[in-house]
Design a protein around this ligand. Structure first.
Ligand code: ZN
Length: 108
């Protein structure tokens, strides 16, 4: 069944992203420690790195929200229907982005 197949894919993705988040958080604190003890990076480099890390974290958070909504849909049984027109979203599109909420026609 489609919903069950994608529920598993989505759960795996959520775990993957949460793991990435954890790793990123750990490496962020490592960078902070490094700077305090060695001062290897210039302040500007550090700020740039921090901004990038924060942007990545924001993207991950956003994706997690979408994935969790998709998981909820998959578990409640109305997964894979376009939010705009109610038509079924082709499985190929869902495989590329399991969190997608609208079909190609409505996106364009
Ligand atoms: Zn549609």
């Amino acid at each position: 069944m489609k919903a069950r197949k994608f529920a598993k894919i989505i759960r795996d993705k959520i775990i993957e992203i949460e793991t990435l988040s954890d790793v990123a958080e750990q490496s962020r604190s490592v960078v902070e420690l490094d700077q305090q003890s060695v001062g290897r990076l210039s302040r500007q480099d550090a700020l740039q790195q921090q901004a990038m890390a924060l942007a990545q974290e924001r993207n991950r958070k956003q994706e997690l929200v979408l994935l969790k909504r998709a998981l909820h849909r998959a578990e409640s049984g109305d997964y894979g229907l376009c939010e705009e027109c109610g038509e079924e979203i082709p499985e190929k599109r869902l495989e590329i982005d399991p969190a997608t909420e609208i079909c190609i026609k409505c996106r364009d």
